[in-house]
Design a protein around this ligand. Structure first.
Ligand SMILES: [Zn+2]
Length: 63
């Protein structure tokens, strides 16, 4: 089980989900229920150069 950060590609919502083997393929956006979401990987955040991070990912303290 892991807490994984996601970003919805349809509405831009960022959220996290507690994911395990049984639900990891069923994660949807809590705002628009889209399945068009991408995982935000910890450590991917590059001090603002990466537009996918706005400081809300668990891997940084606000970039
Ligand atoms: Zn969405």
């Amino acid at each position: 089980m892991a807490i994984i950060d996601y970003k919805c590609e349809d509405c831009g919502e960022k959220f996290f989900e507690i994911v395990n083997a049984s639900n990891r393929d069923k994660v949807i956006c809590p705002k628009c229920e889209s399945k068009n979401i991408n995982q935000i990987f910890e450590g991917k955040c590059l001090g603002g150069a990466n537009k996918s991070c706005s400081g809300s990912c668990s891997g940084c303290s606000g970039c």
